[in-house]
Design a protein around this ligand. Structure first.
Ligand code: SAH
Length: 218
């Protein structure tokens, strides 16, 4: 192998090792994260840190989540290849790209048009044809495509938004960080049954807040 190829293989191994040591153990999730390169989703100054397990800044004052958090949330969502998934908070598009490897179809929405445009460009370049990115206020879900088998929210809400609960199929799962943006938030898994909703608290997390309305750029 050339030095370059050696270096890339080594970084990839460290990346996967960091994921496993932080509790990402699901084989399919690890395979998806091995396959989808995080590099293209990070534009600007931080590309050389793409394989470190840390959140990084992206456009519009937002952040791409820490890879281990992406892995843990994806794992908690228990996605199958028959599932139609809604993601609220496209950001860089990285989480949607990971979901696209596991789900039948992924709809992802962000309140910033610029983020949706940038992410769509990367999905096209990587030939991820089962993702549709839309500019919208995701607190209302995506009524046109509802109901969903799985919903993942990657911004913190004070409570799981009602419209999202309503757009979850019976037997469906939603993963959402809940709490005030400047305090400790908890990752919650909501499972919908015939009789109602069941809530599991998974772990403390830190996300940017879910904000109402569209961003000023769109
Ligand atoms: N999942 C992303 C990281 C998300 S950061 C990734 O993989 O990179 C949180 C995102 O949620 C931001 O891009 C922010 O614009 C978006 N957001 C916040 N409130 C929103 C809302 N009401 N509707 C849609 N998107 C929202």
């Amino acid at each position: 192998m050339s030095d370059d190829a050696d270096h890339i293989a080594e970084r990839k191994m460290q990346f996967l090792f960091a994921l496993r040591s932080r509790g990402v153990t699901d084989k399919a999730v690890l395979t998806a994260m091995e396959k989808v390169d995080r590099g293209p989703f990070i534009r600007g100054y931080f590309t050389d840190r793409a394989y470190e397990d840390m959140p990084l800044p992206i456009a519009c004052g937002q952040t791409i989540s820490q890879p281990s958090v992406v892995g843990l949330m994806t794992q908690a969502l228990k996605v199958s290849n028959r599932d139609k998934v809604l993601e609220v908070g496209t950001g860089s598009g990285y989480q949607a790209a990971i979901l696209s490897q596991l789900a039948r179809r992924v709809y992802t929405v962000d309140r910033h048009k610029r983020l949706v445009t940038d992410a769509s460009e990367i999905f096209r370049a990587l030939d991820l044809t089962n993702i549709t990115a839309i500019t919208a206020d995701g607190s209302f879900g995506l009524p046109d495509q509802a109901p969903f088998d799985r919903i993942i929210v990657t911004a913190a809400a004070e409570d799981p938004p009602g419209p999202l609960l309503a757009q979850l199929k019976i037997g469906g799962i939603m993963v959402v960080p809940v709490g005030q943006s400047d305090a400790v938030q908890h990752l919650i898994r909501v499972t919908r049954s015939e009789t109602g909703f069941e809530y599991d608290e998974l772990r403390p997390v830190r996300f940017v807040p879910l904000v109402e309305g569209l961003g000023r750029d769109g």
